[in-house]
Design a protein around this ligand. Structure first.
Ligand SMILES: [Zn+2]
Length: 372
């Protein structure tokens, strides 16, 4: 049985799991972390050592909240973790005796859903994670889209409204300013502040103080049928659908896998997203429509995806460098060499690196559409 460790590294905590070749979590752990490269790496290494006790671990995948460069070696920028141009792969491999694969957390979550979750059996997937903001992962032709520099799929920052609300990215009116947990909270607070009797139940949850309002109160009341809160979720879903229609005009995926905390609202949000998506879809009536499906791995998607990326890269390296697989420091060297190949002209090798990860072929197709 092949086991890999997947780490999901967020702003304040690190979640880790030992994942088998079927995407099942066989053990898990958790740590809180401070900001900065040293703190993040030593906490990750500590968690890996704990999870690896009495287990044969092949590799470690790290899903980082931040931009990871296209070679998978550096965290270019991770604002919540205090990381900038940080050679995290090398730093980690100096602390543990396993090869390390580095990727962005939204990419890893998308890969997890693609390999073992809602996206299984599809070759062209747009994954949208509606959390505090919007995260995205794009898999086209069984390959992760990373772009030239690793900055692709930042879908939350496509511009929806000129001069809209200020976004943390520096622009105004980004998609995530309208379709995210933060956007839902902002709309709810405005409703509470208006003092409308229509939102009496919502106002009661926070003693009429907009600052005390919690996003989950909106979802809970909507589920109970409260009309004001249902409207808030429908508005949010509508924005999800509008943005998804624009993404589909570019990418033409088979499915749109929607995950993230807001998705707990289920069809209250997804039905509205589907309606708005259809209304805004280009060439509708002339094309197969991508289906909206809820993600199935929940908070484990990032860890499972990161472990899968590590497993797949390790297999690819093993194929290129005979006898490279295993958990010796020599493997780390092989990994580094393979990662460098992303910048070489050897296209075949580059395609096996995380820059353009591909899943093993030969899986059954669920859809009859797509490429031939
Ligand atoms: Zn933005």
């Amino acid at each position: 049985m092949s086991l890999n460790i997947g780490l999901d590294i967020g702003g304040t905590k690190i979640a880790g799991a030992v994942v088998d070749e079927h995407g099942h979590v066989v053990a898990r752990g958790r740590r809180s972390t401070d900001r900065g490269a040293e703190a993040v790496a030593s906490t990750c290494a500590d968690l890996v050592r704990e999870l690896a006790v009495h287990r044969q671990i092949a590799g470690v995948g790290m899903a980082v909240a931040g931009f990871v460069d296209a070679t998978g070696s550096h965290v270019s920028y991770g604002t919540n973790l205090g990381l900038q141009d940080e050679p995290m792969k090398l730093r980690m491999e100096s602390l543990i005796d396993y090869p390390v694969v580095l990727d962005n957390d939204a990419n890893a979550a998308a890969w997890g859903e693609y390999r073992f979750g809602a996206g299984q059996g599809y070759d062209h997937i747009l994954a949208i994670t509606v959390g505090t903001g919007i995260g995205g992962g794009i898999i086209i032709g069984r390959r992760m889209l990373r772009g030239a520099y690793g900055f692709a799929a930042e879908i939350g920052h496509i511009r929806m409204v000129k001069n809209g609300p200020q976004c943390g990215c520096g622009n105004k009116g980004c998609w995530e300013m309208y379709a995210s947990g933060n956007a839902l909270l902002r709309a709810g607070r405005a409703l509470v502040a208006s003092g409308t009797p229509h939102a009496a139940k919502l106002r009661a949850t926070c003693d009429d103080d907009p600052a005390k309002l919690k996003g989950k109160s909106i979802t809970a009341l909507a589920k109970e049928g409260d009309p004001a809160c249902r409207e808030l979720l429908e508005d949010l879903g509508s924005w999800v659908g509008v943005g998804a229609a624009s993404m589909v005009a570019v990418l033409d995926p088979e499915v749109i896998v929607v995950g993230g905390g807001v998705v707990e609202a289920g069809d209250l949000l997804l039905d509205s997203a589907r309606r708005s998506f259809r209304r805004n879809l280009t060439a509708r009536g002339h094309r197969p429509e991508a289906q909206f499906i809820p993600a199935t791995l929940g908070n484990d998607a990032g860890m499972i995806g990161a472990a899968a990326l590590a497993a797949e890269l390790l297999q690819a390296v093993d194929a290129v460098v005979p006898g490279a697989a295993g958990s010796t420091p020599a493997t780390s060297t092989a990994f580094s060499t393979a990662n460098k190949a992303t910048t070489s002209t050897t296209k075949k090798t580059a395609q096996s690196t995380p820059t353009q990860a591909t899943a093993p072929s030969g899986r059954g197709r669920r859809s009859t559409q797509g490429d031939a």
